[in-house]
Design a protein around this ligand. Sequence first.
Ligand SMILES: Cc1ncc(COP(=O)(O)O)c(C=O)c1O
Length: 424
Amino acid sequence: MQRLKSADLYRRAENHIPGGVHSNTRARAPHPIYFERAEGAYLYDVDSNRYLDFVLGNGAIILGHGHPKVQSAVRAVLTAGITTGSETRLGVEAAELLLQQVPTAEMVRFANSGTEAVMHALELARSATGRTRVAKVEGAYHGWDSQMYVSAWPDLQQAGPPDAPQPVLTHSGADAETSRRTLVLPFNDIAATRRLIEEHKDELAAVIIEPVMMDIGFIEATPGYIAELRALTARHGIVLVFDELLTGFRVAPGGAQEYYDVTPDLSTFGKAIANGYQVAAVAGRREIMEQARPGGPCAWVGTFNGHAVSMAAMVATLREFESGEVWRQLQERTSYLEQQFSLRAAERSIEAVLRGRGGNFHWYFTGRPVQDYRTAAQSSADLYGTFAATAIEHGLWLAPGTLSHHSLTIAHEQEHLDAFVACL
Ligand SMILES: Cc1ncc(COP(=O)(O)O)c(C=O)c1O
């Protein structure tokens, strides 16, 4: 594939934009690829190369690029001329639709990104409990705020013992003092998690968890682990937050809380809720959400919150979810992919496993069970690199990192899934 125009844009960009990208995960060797159009399951770059997209805006596209109903809802708002800074009917409808589909939540508020939604959830938790520290799982990503961007993809040389993980700073721009105060929990290790939470119970405002670790692929919590977290946090008055940025509307129509049948105090949503338009949400218990009411103890403001374009996209997207058909189709496609991948791996005697649900998936090159960050980190980076290089040469768009995540949309047909499996 020729990528001359991308190379040229990169030469221009690197003078003005660090690394030529506005988000570091978009960097690619030898240079980023610049896109100009997308439709259904495909992305088109500036050199007119077509890619079958499995990155899908880091999981933000669920109905396919440029879904006609979402685009038409957005066009209607553009015609009306309203953008931001005021409340709209669409903002009310979007809230109602989200709460119908996540029935465990009583109230919701919108922000603009997952990072922001997580920060708001933790602020609400601090406000409701009067405590300051938070706990997160080793290897989980909850956005780039200093309190959360710690022990995300940590270097295992610095990470301490498996049953007492140490906070590993992710970058030098973080407020190190804040990052070091984050308590790091080992995923799926019930005894160690119980001990760590109990040791710090009087300081913890919140425990936040991605109940299926999708940011490092697809690792399910054992039902016992999630149930124990719920029981422990309830017993000690700690706010339990489910980060459902990726699991929401994917692992089950009502998210991980439906899948595990466990009600968190708060949850964060984003990505798929507006099919690629920019919005995220915090939803949860009324008494905690009410902390943010005007004049209440916890501030929550933002120029672009409830942006009319995003609200229109969200209403149109959530309406598509209502019948359950979108989820059913995504789940059917994911199961097919899982089966075909496993057959191909066996045929070729490659130790590899693909896991997924409801349209999010990832694969690991290892023969050992993957149950947390440390076991996922054993997946072969070389084999992943070879797979990704084959895929890009066949016009498939994948995430570059071994521990990342991939998605499907309802625009992905069986032949698309077969093309993916053929890269193994
Ligand atoms: C589980 C999870 N939480 C939070 C975030 C942060 O979201 P955003 O990139 O919208 O700030 C992400 C994004 O990748 C995520 O996957």
